[in-house]
Design a protein around this ligand. Structure first.
Ligand SMILES: [Zn+2]
Length: 458
């Protein structure tokens, strides 16, 4: 698509705007474009240097870390390697909720920090702070990963997104003007995807013709199925970046077919922004390793290649409120990083398989089964399922929430198929619902377990 205006924004308006705001994200972006091809040893060395700097700073300036690292025997003259870093305690969401003030650096006042919060997957929002340079380096890193999917500043972007707090207040003229001239984004709120809403979004996207569509993974799949069922011709952006919800292989295939484009999956969170994303080789997700130190743990040890473990994150750049060994409650599979990706980028890769830790189901004999995969399997195998969600309160037990179509479903078959995954002694009940709501964040959850976090990584 020849978009002259995009070129004008890229080379004139956007750099001018960055200059006016005193933001150096374009120069950071330039460095990131280089470091993504650095020798693996060099990347490793840089990560360890940043890790030591972050830990030392947190120990000296944040009362919470001063206490907890001292208990772990840390001394600021220590030089940590990967193994000694693992001796430091992890940080849970509850730790953040209960120690917010003590996690902040004593060098930063309220005016120096940007307050932010997550939607909270199970209700309670999580508050945290960013220092201003971190907001800029987050933007630079996001742009670097956007580029892998073919995006360039100035390109038109469609946003099919659910979290309301991600939307700028677009009521002011200034914001609307800025969006029209500079950001060129069409925002479509994905919280409710009824037929009427989807028809409206379809028309808007056809008219706007974004170069890139950034979307909740499962939501854009639902939208693709709608377009196909209606026999419509889908708009075809150069790429679709999926995020926030787990993307199954089946859903990816449908999205790519219907929109006749390439899907780039991404993993990020509000606390640390972009964590990892796919390149054009689509073989795992490259970690944003200059900004994030990512561990995949099985108990206290790193997961071996092919093993799924719990993700633990350290933000290497946010001094205002350092997050060190933060347990985000997501899981990933460790990949063989001695193999360089076909794209030649040396940033380590991970595989996102199960999604959130609390999507796993615990069987009667303590096995973990990927609940999301089971939901997808059941809804394709059992005719008449309009919506489905698995809910587990305790190990060995499961409630299958089902919205059935008018023809109803074969409950005996549903139970039998479920038991083939979960074992004969699993206690399973079916609960019929009118409608299964999304979370407040707009994300759709296929599977929720109240107990999985006690079993994962063990
Ligand atoms: Zn690659």
């Amino acid at each position: 698509m020849n978009d002259m205006y995009a070129t004008f924004v890229r080379h004139a308006l956007a750099p001018l705007d960055a200059f006016r705001q005193g933001s150096d994200h374009y120069s950071i972006l330039k460095d990131l474009r280089e470091s993504q091809y650095a020798a693996p040893e060099k990347l490793q060395e840089m990560a360890l240097a940043k890790l030591n700097r972050t830990v030392r700073y947190a120990f000296e300036h944040c009362p919470f870390y001063k206490r907890s690292f001292a208990v772990a025997g840390y001394n600021p003259s220590d030089i940590l390697d990967e193994e000694s870093f693992r001796q430091l305690p992890t940080l849970s969401k509850r730790d953040i909720q209960e120690n917010l003030a003590d996690l902040r650096s004593d060098e930063y006042s309220d005016d120096d920090l940007i307050a932010n919060q997550t939607g909270g997957s199970t209700g309670e929002p999580l508050k945290f702070y960013l220092d201003k340079p971190r907001a800029i380096s987050r933007l630079a890193a996001t742009l670097r990963h956007d580029e892998w999917a073919g995006y360039r500043p100035g390109d038109k972007v469609g946003l099919l997104w659910g979290a309301a707090q991600d939307f700028a207040d677009d009521t002011s003229l200034k914001v609307r003007l800025r969006n029209k001239l500079l950001d060129r984004t069409l925002t479509l709120n994905a919280v409710s995807m009824s037929t009427g809403v989807m028809t409206d979004y379809y028309q808007k996207l056809c008219e706007f013709q974004p170069r890139v569509l950034l979307a909740y993974a499962h939501t854009v799949y639902v939208f693709a199925e709608f377009i196909r069922a209606q026999g419509l011709k889908a708009p075809s952006p150069d790429s679709i970046i999926t995020s926030a919800e787990l993307l199954s292989d089946e859903e990816r295939k449908v999205i790519e077919e219907v929109f006749d484009t390439e899907v780039f999956d991404r993993y990020g969170c509000r606390e640390v922004s972009i964590i990892a994303s796919e390149c054009e080789s689509h073989d795992g997700l490259h970690v944003n390793a200059e900004n994030i130190y990512l561990e995949i743990l099985k108990g206290d040890r790193p997961a071996k290649i092919g093993e799924t473990g719990e993700i633990v994150l350290t933000d290497l750049e946010n001094r205002g409120m350092p997050l060190i060994r933060y347990r985000i409650a997501d899981s990933a599979e460790a990949m063989d990083n001695s193999q360089i990706c076909d794209c030649k980028r040396t940033l380590p890769r991970i595989k996102i398989t199960g999604g959130r830790v609390n999507e796993f189901l615990v069987t009667a004999d303590g096995r973990l089964v990927a609940g999301t995969a089971l939901t997808i399997f059941l809804s394709t195998k059992i005719p008449g399922v309009a919506q489905m969600q698995l809910y587990q309160k305790e190990a060995g037990e499961l409630t299958v929430r089902v919205v059935a179509s008018d023809s109803g479903i074969d409950e005996a078959a549903l139970l039998e198929e479920s038991r083939s995954f979960l074992g004969e002694n699993m206690r399973i009940s079916v609960s019929y619902q009118e409608y299964i709501p999304r979370e407040k964040s707009g994300k759709y959850r296929f599977s929720i377990s109240e107990v999985a976090s006690e079993y994962i990584g063990k």
